[in-house]
Design a protein around this ligand. Structure first.
Ligand SMILES: [Zn+2]
Length: 78
């Protein structure tokens, strides 16, 4: 499992908080280690920040596929 730091500018290998498209539930966007941005709206994030299922980068040709933990995750409430 890899740990991702929180970073508003989404440098490679980091995450930032974002709201889901509708409602107030908080989710996250991540940048894979190759700098591709992915949204976690369709993933579960537990109270420890562990993302389920594992993260497969949506970018064609990118081989990033890891179990990910979001460091400093504070849950899905605003
Ligand atoms: Zn990628």
């Amino acid at each position: 499992m890899i740990e991702m730091r929180q970073d508003r500018s989404l440098k490679p290998g980091t995450w930032k908080r974002t709201k889901k498209f509708e409602g107030t539930e908080v989710s996250a966007m991540v940048s894979c280690s190759n700098g591709h941005v992915a949204c976690l709206w369709d993933h579960e994030i537990d109270s420890e920040g562990v993302v389920m299922p594992s993260l497969v980068c949506p970018e064609d040709g990118c081989d990033f596929h890891e179990r990910v933990k979001l460091v400093n995750w504070r849950g899905t409430k605003e």
